[in-house]
Write a protein that binds this ligand. Sequence first.
Ligand SMILES: Cc1ncc(COP(=O)(O)O)c(C=O)c1O
Length: 403
Amino acid sequence: MSEKIEWVLNRMPGSDDAQLVVMALENVEKAKAFHRTFPQYGVTPLAKLDGMAARLGLGGLYVKDESYRFGLNAFKVLGGSFAMARYIAQEMGRDVSEMTYDYLTSDQFREDFGQATFFTATDGNHGRGVAWAANKLHQRAVVHMPKGSTKTRFDNIAREGAEVTIEEVNYDDCVRMAAAEAAQTEHGVVVQDTAWEGYEEIPSWIMQGYGTMAAEAAEQLRTLEVNRPTHVFVQAGVGSLASSMVGFFANLFPTCPPKFVIMEAAAADCLYQGAKAADGNPRVVGGDLKTIMAGLACGEPNTIGWDILRNHADAFLSCPDWVAANGMRRLAAPVKGDPSVTSGESGAVGMGVIDAIMSDSAYAELREALELDGSSQVLLFSTEGDTDPERYAQIVWDGAWAK
Ligand SMILES: Cc1ncc(COP(=O)(O)O)c(C=O)c1O
């Protein structure tokens, strides 16, 4: 595997763009309204890194800090919780706007609906979100984790009262396992954060749920008098998150969208491989998908997400692990005067990438192609905090995974 960041500009033929509507602004508004009903809800901070922007030669650099999301240290709960609400609304023949936290936790709701079992596969963050929401809403959750999942992440899910296992297979096989079990369970439903042919409704709701994060960031930027980010960098595993962010901003700025840069772990760079093949068809990456970016260790693209990215992304990057580690250290120990962001392996790759692109001449061609300069207003998403605290310390304090 290359020690360089590999990149490719999007030269794929477009499709009819039928999936962009999933991220229509009114759908995101519904998700935001739902999340706002939770007593735990609060807008997560948008860190403004002026010192770092000046150092890198950018106009502005903003990092959405999801380590504060619902006290769960990652953005993921936004998706699972909204999908559960929409599923319950659909089962009850009601609109999701009626599914407030107060109603969903009421005795009346228990009488009206009862209990379902939500199955999922996860590297950690998604399962924790599903388990947390199921716990809060008095539903059942069954969670399967891939080989190599850490005990901390397992414990965080078990603590929410879910049935959780670590399996001997990779993430994509865990997804298949969850689907098979749900099919055999009464009122069993898979809440998976990826779509495949024939399984599209729930993942599209999950993508809408993630939209809350994009909508908050857009509003926070406006407060800072940045009406439109010029560049949005977003990391991808299956690409649900990335297509959600891209879809939201493409709908918000239909005539002048920001440039969208999609970043993956090199060991699981399925979207990059698809973009490189340039025929418009997605590609799959198999094997153990070994990377420190556990949340990005997914080898099979979300089919809905792929369609959105194929039509709207500008560049796809395949990133070695040192990029994430560099990003973590830069966010943890910022330029003096900038706020510090506790960002985990899957959260910090954007910071590592923008640092490399702006300061290493090896990426001058990419910098020019993306038109990154002193007028650029760059938005990044730190999608998780120190979800694996031991490894976080190893990387940030002890300098592990140096370039
Ligand atoms: C912290 C974190 N960031 C990013 C992602 C990537 O999201 P997606 O798999 O939708 O591409 C994940 C996925 O689990 C994650 O946990």
